[in-house]
Design a protein around this ligand. Structure first.
Ligand SMILES: [Zn+2]
Length: 176
């Protein structure tokens, strides 16, 4: 959707145009990724383009800040996400390995990872102080312990429910 969105009409000046171009270029990178197959040269170009894209994404302001000649930076370095790191530093490697097998990244989706993340956030951050507070161990530790335990139960056929039995003192038989 972003490739059609006229950002420059909402953010005035050179910054708006730059941001619009930035996201248009991102869409181009995405389209390359979606191709069913790539040549070596295409992968190499993708790698360079992706790195340049991240450089543009977080480029610092060039020249004197707020002066007429300054080229303003777009986003902060802190805004670079793990996905962007993947895109530049690891995805080209995956593309090459998949190419050897006649496959492409098109076959993969991140939705399962996002779903897992959603579940984990709901389970471990919901109603707590975001893992802060007095706890010494990081939340990731809780997540791993919890999942290890679940896998253990699964492998060893351990029921995760118990049935309480009450003894009826009047007729002496067990009732549930
Ligand atoms: Zn890495």
């Amino acid at each position: 959707m972003l490739q059609y969105f006229p950002v420059s009409e909402f953010i005035p000046g050179v910054c708006g145009v730059d941001i619009e171009n930035l996201w248009r270029k991102f869409y181009q990178l995405y389209e390359v990724l979606r191709k069913p197959s790539h040549t070596e040269a295409e992968i190499l170009k993708f790698e360079e383009d992706a790195k340049n894209w991240v450089r543009t994404f977080c480029r610092p302001t060039i020249g004197q800040m707020n002066s007429a000649t300054a080229i303003p930076g777009l986003y902060r370095k802190d805004d670079v996400t793990p996905y962007m790191h993947m895109l530049t530093m690891h995805v080209p490697y995956f593309m090459r390995r998949l190419k050897e097998k006649g496959l492409s990244l098109r076959l993969f989706s991140t939705s399962s990872v996002e779903k897992k993340n959603h579940d984990q956030v709901r389970l471990f951050f919901g109603g707590t102080t975001m893992g802060g507070g007095k706890k010494k161990l990081p939340v990731v530790y809780d997540i791993l312990v919890f999942e290890n335990r679940q896998i253990f139960y699964l492998i060893n056929n351990i029921p995760n429910e118990i049935t309480c039995r009450n003894i009826n003192i009047y007729n002496g038989e067990n009732t549930i």
